[in-house]
Design a protein around this ligand. Structure first.
Ligand SMILES: [Zn+2]
Length: 61
């Protein structure tokens, strides 16, 4: 997991950002990371973290 998408917990806001996952150790759990985010658009605390898989790598085996 190299890149992740951070989605705002507020679905009406739906603000999301793409960041590098390099800041976290490999053993970090998403459940530990998610509460630490604060949405820069609406200010809501907490986020949904999802892996961002580059589409270009699909089908390469
Ligand atoms: Zn938000």
């Amino acid at each position: 997991m190299r890149e992740v998408l951070i989605y705002c917990r507020d679905h009406r806001c739906s603000h999301h950002i793409e960041i590098s996952a390099d800041r976290w150790p490999d053993h970090a759990r998403l459940s530990d990371i998610e509460p630490g985010f604060v949405c820069t658009a609406c200010g809501k605390r907490g986020a949904d973290v999802r892996p961002n898989f580059p589409q270009a790598r699909m089908g390469s085996g």
